[in-house]
Design a protein around this ligand. Structure first.
Ligand code: FES
Length: 66
């Protein structure tokens, strides 16, 4: 799914960055090469990053109990 239409950034790209430790949309966009343009996507991008971080924490927590 495209999160940022202006730059063509996909949710999968943001999820990979979240796994690598990126926590903010601005940091993610810098890593992908271009900052936000219209800014309409920032809230959704942040939600994707936060969701991937939470999912990763659950996976890690689950592994500790295995
Ligand atoms: S949709 Fe991402 S900057 Fe416009």
């Amino acid at each position: 799914m495209f999160v940022c239409i202006c730059n063509g950034y996909r949710s999968t790209e943001l999820q990979e960055l979240a796994k690598a430790g990126v926590r903010s949309a601005e940091e993610a966009y810098r890593s992908l090469g271009a900052g936000p343009r219209c800014g309409q996507c920032i809230d959704v991008a942040q939600q994707v990053l936060d969701g991937a971080h939470i999912d990763g924490a659950r996976t890690t927590a689950g592994a500790e109990h295995a």
